[in-house]
Design a protein around this ligand. Structure first.
Ligand SMILES: *Cc1c(COP(=O)(O)O)cnc(C)c1O
Length: 367
C-alpha cells in the first residue's frame, strides 16, 4: 500500500508556466514582476494595504519585530505551543520570549494567561493561529490596547482563516506568513509580512533590503538584512494564490469528511471551530484521550505500519533546552502529549481519508 501523505503541495495550476517565464526572461533574482504582483495580491487577499515578501516565515517574524524596534530588555508574549520559530525570532532580536499557556478549546494563546504575563517590560504579543484555527483576537487586542503593546500575528499556518468574518494577518499591527512546502500555499521557501500601517510597511521594506537609503544608493543608515524573496519563488506564489480559495476549500472538505467519520469515537477529540472562526485546517488535528484505549504514540505507530503518515503536536517550547526554566504550562503540556496531525495534503482522495478513519474507528492498530 502506498503511503498516505501528511502533506504534499498541489502545483498543477500555472506554476510551471510562470517559473518558466522567469527563466526565459532572465528575471530570476529578487527584482521582477512576480515579486511586486505577489506582494500586492497577497496583501489584498489578507485585506491589508501592504505586503513585504521575504525569504521565509521565520525572517518574516524577525523583520516585523525589528521594524517595531524590539530588542534587548524587552519581553514578547508567545504561546508555548507553537513551532519553535515563533520564539526563536524573538531571541534573534535580543528580547525575551515569555511563554504562555494555551486555551484548552482553541489550542491558541489563553487571553487570561496573557493578561497575567504582562510586565512593565512587555512590548508585544505574538498570537499564533495554530494548525489553521484563529486565536481569540478581541481579548488579546484589548490587552494590547490597555498596555500599549504591539500585536504581531503568526499566521504561518492560517492563510485565509477568519476571525469574526475578518481574514487573519490584518487583525494586529503586522501579520506574518510562511510559504514553506507544506503550508496552505507554497513558494518552496518564502514568507510575507502584511500590515495596514504605511510607516511600518516602509520600515519593514527598508530593513529587508540591507537598510539602504531610498534616496542615496549604497548608503545604509543602520544595520539591515537580506531577507528578499526571488522572482522565481514569487512566480510560484502568484500561481498558488490564483487557486488559494480552491486549496482552502479542499482542506475544509477533507475536514468535513474526517469529522463525519470520526464523530462520536470515544477518546478522539476533533479539532475546534469556534462559532466566530473559520478554520482552514492546515493540519487536520485530533487529540487521543484516555478512553480511546491506545496512546497517541501507539496510534501513530499503528497508522505508520499501515502506510499512513502522521505527526505529533509540537513540543511546548518551554520544555526544550534553549527555553527550559522549570515553568509548568499544563494545558499545552497535555495537548502536546495527546495531539496528532492526520494526513492533511490537498491531494488526498476520499478513499484515502476513509481508510485513515476506518483504521481509527476499528482500532486496527496492531502492527
Ligand atoms: C512554518 C511556521 C513558521 C516558520 O516558517 P518558515 O517559512 O518555515 O521559516 C513560523 N511559525 C509557525 C507557527 C509555523 O508553522
Amino acid at each position: 500500500m502506498g503511503l498516505i501523505p501528511l502533506t504534499e503541495p498541489l502545483l498543477n495550476g500555472r506554476e510551471l508556466e510562470y517559473v518558466t517565464e522567469c527563466i526565459q526572461t532572465n528575471w530570476v533574482s529578487s527584482l521582477g514582476r512576480f515579486v511586486t504582483q505577489f506582494e500586492k495580491d497577497f496583501a489584498a487577499f489578507c485585506h491589508c494595504s501592504h505586503g513585504i515578501a521575504v525569504s521565509n516565515g521565520t525572517v518574516a517574524l524577525h523583520l516585523a519585530l525589528a521594524a517595531l524596534r524590539i530588542g534587548p530588555g524587552d519581553e514578547v508574549i508567545v504561546p508555548t505551543l507553537t513551532f519553535v520559530a515563533t520564539a526563536n525570532a524573538v531571541r534573534y532580536t535580543g528580547a525575551t520570549p515569555v511563554l504562555v499557556d494555551s486555551d484548552p478549546y482553541t489550542w491558541n494563546l489563553d487571553p487570561a494567561a496573557v493578561a497575567a504575563a504582562v510586565t512593565h517590560r512587555t512590548r508585544a504579543i505574538i498570537p499564533v493561529h495554530i494548525y489553521g484555527h484563529p486565536a481569540d483576537m478581541d481579548p488579546l487586542l484589548d490587552i494590547a490596547r490597555r498596555h500599549n503593546l504591539w500585536v504581531i500575528e503568526d499566521a504561518a499556518e492560517a492563510h485565509g482563516a477568519e476571525y469574526k468574518g475578518q481574514r487573519v494577518g490584518g487583525l494586529g499591527h503586522f501579520g506574518c506568513f510562511s510559504f514553506y512546502g507544506n503550508k496552505i500555499i507554497t513558494t518552496g521557501e518564502g514568507g510575507m509580512v502584511v500590515t495596514n500601517d504605511p510607516d511600518l510597511a516602509q520600515k519593514a521594506q527598508f530593513l529587508k533590503d540591507h537598510a539602504m537609503s531610498p534616496v542615496k544608493r549604497y548608503w545604509h543608515p543602520e544595520i539591515g538584512f537580506n531577507y528578499r524573496m526571488t522572482n522565481i519563488q514569487a512566480a510560484l506564489g502568484v500561481a498558488q494564490l490564483e487557486r488559494i480559495d480552491y486549496l482552502i476549500e479542499l482542506r475544509r472538505q477533507h475536514a468535513r469528511q474526517y469529522a463525519a467519520e470520526l464523530q462520536g469515537v470515544p477518546g478522539i477529540t476533533l479539532p475546534p471551530e469556534a462559532d466566530w472562526a473559520k478554520n482552514v485546517y492546515w493540519m487536520y488535528s485530533v487529540l487521543i484521550e484516555g478512553d480511546y484505549g491506545f496512546s497517541r504514540d501507539e496510534v501513530m505507530a499503528g497508522l505508520k505500519a499501515q502506510g499512513v503518515d502522521t505527526r505529533p503536536f509540537f513540543y511546548p517550547i518551554h520544555t526544550m533546552p534553549p527555553y527550559q526554566s522549570g515553568q509548568r504550562l499544563p494545558v499545552a503540556e497535555e495537548l502536546s502529549k495527546k495531539g496528532m496531525n492526520l494526513p492533511s495534503a490537498p491531494t488526498l482522495t476520499e478513499d484515502q481519508i476513509g481508510t485513515v478513519c476506518s483504521i481509527l474507528r476499528e482500532k486496527a492498530l496492531r502492527t
